[in-house]
Design a protein around this ligand. Structure first.
Ligand SMILES: *Cc1c(COP(=O)(O)O)cnc(C)c1O
Length: 494
């Protein structure tokens, strides 16, 4: 019985998702009604718990990760190799915390997986081979800004000859006052909300995240404005690059301007962080003209000091998984070292020197979330991931083209050049309906079809919809036919 149940679940999660992308109202109500009001005095059999989960809870899930037509948020999916590995992770429940080379291979595997990711993104191992797995891009952005905060204040302290210089050791307030500084600021263009959250968590303050964009393009850096902010004497700065903006999927920089920003950061002792949650995947693409604009968007990213990437989006491994790379491993350990716990230091050391994850990231005890990454990377290889991303981009471009040509819809950001729009398209499609009342209920109407799911968002102060294509199951022709059928019916109010 138990085996049968597990097999059924396994099949449901692996096979094509054929039911709707959202659960029915009845299934949601039934699941909600099945939740206990309080902890029962005595436990139930394993089989009855399994029944409850499979019969009551699972039918109220959405198709988020297992449907190819769930385009809300950026959910990705779970490749078969990653699904297998993730089950192994739960079954063996290894703790990836201290590198103990005679006790377990897990830290070696994690470190190896970091190296494989660097290869995937064409980041040079000789400068970038360090970093860690996180719970997602938000966690990685916290690491990036924390390292930045440490680094820029150390720089300022060295310039002024101050003794106090480590926030990790001495404290934020103490270091700032010894330098007569009023704070740290983050300079960016259209940063993801989680970067602003990271600034809040770290005591930098959400209001100290400043836009330094051009007046005619909210995503491009205005280098004059940037230099003016960097030159301030009352604050030190971290520059955050939106390597992939969440609404449009477009990039803040394109190679040459990134090099200019790097020079300015060096001149003023600033840290450069790139939020490449999904944008870093642009580096997988080849040099063909078809993808040139995307490729340029992540060009030069190896010049920044730290990089955020997401595992549970385009890499298609299960929640929760992100990664973080930095060119300054010492800074990460100055912030995150788990001081004065002798029992947690690595004893024996055989094989390569592998850092203990607990000294370079937020957690001590951690899940072995590197294993699904490792398995999926080996299963697809470079070319498998490249081919997957190409399908996603081609589908996005086909849908955009149809929307551009349709009289009921407007493709966003508004432009008169279809060629330009398509060249800039990564894996997101942003659009609105021209008729105001239809536009107000557009995402609801599309989602009510239950055949596909989109996120409602806002652009230029009015409602808009976003189709984010991130699942490994994408089939360009099949999914294109479904999407335009739904959008055509919604436009005709059928
Ligand atoms: C999704 C996303 C994040 C937040 O990622 P989580 O994995 O949800 O923590 C941060 N930055 C960008 C650009 C994103 O797309």
């Amino acid at each position: 019985m138990q085996n049968q149940l597990q097999q059924d679940l396994w099949k449901a999660a692996q096979g094509p998702w054929e039911s709707s992308v959202l659960p029915s109202a009845e299934n949601l109500a039934r699941a909600r009604a099945s939740l206990p009001a309080a902890l029962p005095e005595t436990g139930s059999s394993l089989e009855s718990i399994q029944r409850h989960i499979v019969d009551d809870i699972v039918p109220a899930f959405n198709g988020g990760s297992i449907s190819a037509n769930y385009y809300g948020f950026i959910t990705g999916g779970t490749t078969p190799a990653a699904l297998f590995a993730d089950n192994v992770v739960s079954a063996y429940d290894q703790n990836v915390q201290v590198h103990l080379s005679n006790h377990s291979i897990v830290t070696d595997v994690e470190y190896n997986a970091i190296g494989l990711l660097l290869d995937l993104f064409q980041l040079n191992r000789s400068t970038w081979y360090n970093g860690t797995f996180t719970t997602g891009a938000t966690g990685s952005n916290i690491l990036g800004l924390a390292c930045g905060r440490e680094f820029v204040l150390q720089n300022a302290a060295q310039r002024k000859g101050s003794k106090l210089q480590s926030v990790g050791e001495e404290g934020f307030f103490e270091v700032l006052s010894s330098l007569s500084l009023s704070g740290v600021q983050v300079l960016s263009t259209l940063p993801h909300s989680s970067l602003v959250k990271a600034a809040g968590v770290l005591g930098i303050g959400r209001s100290n995240v400043r836009n330094v964009c051009c007046t005619d393009d909210p995503l491009r850096f205005d280098l004059e404005k940037l230099e003016k902010e960097l030159a301030r004497t009352d604050k030190v700065s971290i520059v955050a690059i939106s390597c992939g903006e969440v609404n449009t999927g477009r990039f803040a920089t394109s190679g040459a301007d990134l090099r200019d920003i790097r020079q300015l950061c060096d001149k003023y002792g600033a840290w450069m962080h790139a939020d490449g949650a999904f944008g870093i995947f642009g580096r997988i693409l080849d040099d063909s003209p078809e993808f040139a604009t995307i490729k340029n968007g992540s060009d030069g990213i190896d010049l920044v000091d730290s990089i955020t990437g997401d595992g549970h989006k385009l890499l298609n491994v299960p929640y929760d998984c992100g990664f973080f790379f930095t060119r300054h491993p010492n800074v990460a350990s100055q912030v995150f070292q788990n001081a004065n716990a002798a029992y947690l230091t690595a004893g024996n050391s055989e094989g390569p020197s592998v850092p203990s994850p607990l000294n370079i990231g937020i957690e001590n005890s951690r899940r072995f979330r590197a294993l699904p990454v490792y398995a999926s990377l080996l299963s697809y290889g470079k070319s498998g991931y490249e081919e997957m991303l190409q399908r996603q981009i081609r589908l996005a471009r086909k849908i955009y083209e149809w929307i551009f040509d349709h009289s009921a819809y407007t493709a966003l950001p508004e432009t008169s050049s279809k060629t330009e729009l398509l060249a800039q398209t990564f894996m997101s499609v942003l659009f609105r309906a021209n008729e105001e009342t239809l536009n107000r209920e557009l995402s609801n109407r599309i989602n009510n079809s239950t055949r596909m799911f989109v996120s409602g968002t806002s652009w230029d102060g009015t409602p808009a919809c976003r189709i984010a294509i991130s699942n490994w199951r994408v089939d360009v022709e099949r999914d294109y036919a479904l999407v335009i059928d739904v959008l055509a019916k919604v436009a005709e109010r059928q």
